[in-house]
Ligand binder design. Structure first.
Ligand code: PA5
Ligand code: NI
Length: 201
């Protein structure tokens, strides 16, 4: 018998151990989704380059494996995101990016493979772009929108974990985008202010 009254009321969920293979695929998961090029309209600077990709193969730009037990603020959601090594025009492939609905929640990302950036911004205009390679841990602080960008030539694989009540707000990004974009110049990634990029192109 458990001596602590609190423990008696709990609807017990069992602990879990999962193996993540070299290519980022977990041995088990609760939910999987993928984003094809056609679902990313409006996110890239070069809309024509995206349409060309859509009309050819409409490839998968990124995939996400999630572990979700509940939406309790005491619980965690965690998973793996895999961003393909591609460019849309000169802009590197990336996730849509989002704020958390519970905007004061944070998140941890840990890079398992590849080379890229975590781009983070607040609504008030504070921006941070952190380079991520295998072994980099990024703390996405509360109030920062976040997106991963693959600037390398391998799959960019990250493990993420956030409070289960965080939720995703995509609308703000769909409407305004991020201020910082990353594109290729002479073979290297360059981070630029979107306004400057549109003026010069
Ligand atoms: O919550 C997170 O940050 C991740 O689970 C992302 O949802 C995942 O990396 C995919 O990115 P996005 O949700 O921006 O499409
Ligand atoms: Ni998030």
């Amino acid at each position: 018998m458990c001596s602590n009254e609190k423990h008696k009321l709990v609807n017990l969920v069992l602990p879990r151990g999962i193996h993540i293979s070299e290519n980022g695929i977990p041995s088990a998961y609760d939910n999987y989704y993928e984003k094809r090029a056609s679902e990313m309209r409006g996110f890239y600077q070069d809309g024509n380059a995206l349409e060309e990709i859509i009309s050819k193969e409409n490839v998968v730009l990124y995939r996400v494996y999630e572990f979700k037990n509940s939406e309790s603020s005491n619980d965690l959601v965690y998973g793996i995101s895999i961003v393909a090594p591609l460019k849309i025009g000169k802009e590197y492939n990336m996730t849509k990016g989002h704020y958390h609905e519970a905007v004061d929640t944070s998140e941890i990302y840990f890079c398992l493979n590849g080379d890229g950036y975590m781009v983070m911004e607040t609504e008030t205009g504070v921006t941070e772009c952190i380079r991520m390679t295998k072994g980099t841990l990024v703390y996405v602080a509360p109030y920062f929108s976040h997106r991963t960008v693959n600037t390398g030539n391998q799959e960019f694989i990250n493990l993420f974990c956030y409070p289960a009540h965080a939720g995703h707000d995509y609308k703000t990004i769909e409407k305004n985008g991020f201020r910082k974009i990353i594109f290729e110049e002479k073979g290297d990634p360059v981070i630029v202010d979107k306004r400057a990029f549109s003026e010069n192109s």
